[in-house]
Design a protein around this ligand. Structure first.
Ligand code: SF4
Length: 354
């Protein structure tokens, strides 16, 4: 099966800015472990299409792990804005600094040693070990789980089936070209053995696939139904001073959006919290911003105010107009800004925030 998969990969490998294609790899070009690691961290929970530009910008600005380790936290968080899951950006920096401080700027070469780095879980460790160093590590993400469940017609629902699927993936991992095998599996899951419409007719593994033989491919992997996501509520105070400065706060380092810039407001909770504005002003109810995180929906009530010069901030601080880039805000905070700007425009007949 692995040989058939590799033959397919040799012809069909996706081209990605961080990837060394099968031909160049067989001629001896080695991937840069920094690029492999960075791309794998970015790709967790995010699509390849979304990651391409972020990856190019990161590697243009910080071309090595040493450069990234020396970067300012706020610059990295701002560059990450929009990719989501901000704990990953914080761990990215911690990991880069550990590679420089403890390993002389060289990534460890085995999955076991990579696991010891901050924020590197079993998937990332295995992916970097396999792709960058050709260790026959078993790389299992959602795509690989789906392919395994179908190939071997595993009826046990996820997540209970995970150990069995990992075992099966391990049995398929070859000692020859394990890095290409891992990438071939990822490509197969992303382009052929897709969740809704698997293209079994052109699949290199179709002859051996049990789900295909049974006609159950689209039913697998079976999943235990997830409980509905709860909704949390909160308030965002979007305050813009008459000189264009924006009243922002850096969120506490721990927790959701930790370390990111945001509009002041209270906690997010099941019932609307009663929160004091961060400064005196004529706060108007601008509307609602909605956002969905991994574990809950967030409904932010947006209050907006034009604040006079000399306003004293009780919470957060004014960021001057020239230093305020809405693109540095996490997505939910940008949505809140859009709601506020819409309200200003309705009241004042302009959409210029300044
Ligand atoms: S034959 Fe179909 S179900 Fe089986 S691995 Fe290939 S695409 Fe997936």
């Amino acid at each position: 099966m692995s040989r058939a998969l590799l033959r397919w990969y040799d012809e069909n490998a996706r081209v990605m800015p961080w990837r060394i294609g099968p031909e160049a790899r067989q001629k001896g070009t080695r991937p840069d472990p920094y690029c492999v690691w960075l791309s794998e961290v970015m790709l967790q929970q995010t699509t390849v299409a979304a990651v391409r530009d972020y990856f190019r910008r990161f590697t243009a600005r910080w071309p090595t792990v040493d450069a990234l380790a020396a970067a300012e936290d706020a610059e990295v968080m701002a560059e990450w804005a929009g990719l989501g899951y901000y704990a990953r950006a914080r761990n990215l920096l911690k990991c880069a600094r550990a590679v420089v401080a403890d390993h002389g700027g060289r990534f460890p070469e085995t999955a076991g040693a990579l696991r010891a780095l901050p924020g590197v879980g079993p998937y990332t460790a295995a992916a970097v070990a396999a792709i960058a160093f050709d260790e026959p590590a078993t790389v299992v993400d959602g795509n690989v789980e789906r392919v395994m469940a179908r190939l071997f017609a595993v009826a046990t629902p996820l997540p209970a089936a995970k150990p069995e699927l990992t075992l099966l993936a391990g049995r398929l991992t070859p000692r020859d070209r394990p890095g290409d095998h891992a990438q071939a599996m990822m490509d197969l899951g992303a382009t052929i053995c897709t969740p809704r419409n698997p293209a079994c007719g052109i699949c290199p593994l179709s002859a051996a696939c049990r789900a295909r033989a049974q006609g159950t491919a689209t039913e697998l992997p079976a999943k235990t139904p997830k409980p509905a996501k709860p909704t949390r509520r909160g308030i965002a105070f979007v305050g813009i001073r008459s000189d264009g400065a924006a009243l922002l706060e850096t969120r506490p380092g721990r927790g959701l959006l930790g370390g990111m810039l945001g509009w002041p407001g209270g906690d997010w909770a099941a019932s609307p919290p009663d929160t004091e504005p961060p400064a005196d002003g004529n706060w108007l109810r601008a509307g609602e911003a909605r956002h969905t995180f991994t574990h809950f929906h967030l409904l932010l009530e947006v209050r907006a105010a034009r604040l006079p010069q000399g306003t004293i901030a009780r919470q957060g601080a004014f960021v001057p107009r020239e230093a305020f880039r809405p693109g540095d805000l996490p997505t939910v905070m940008r949505k809140a800004l859009d709601v506020a700007l819409g309200a200003f425009a309705a009241v004042e007949g302009t959409d210029d925030p300044h």
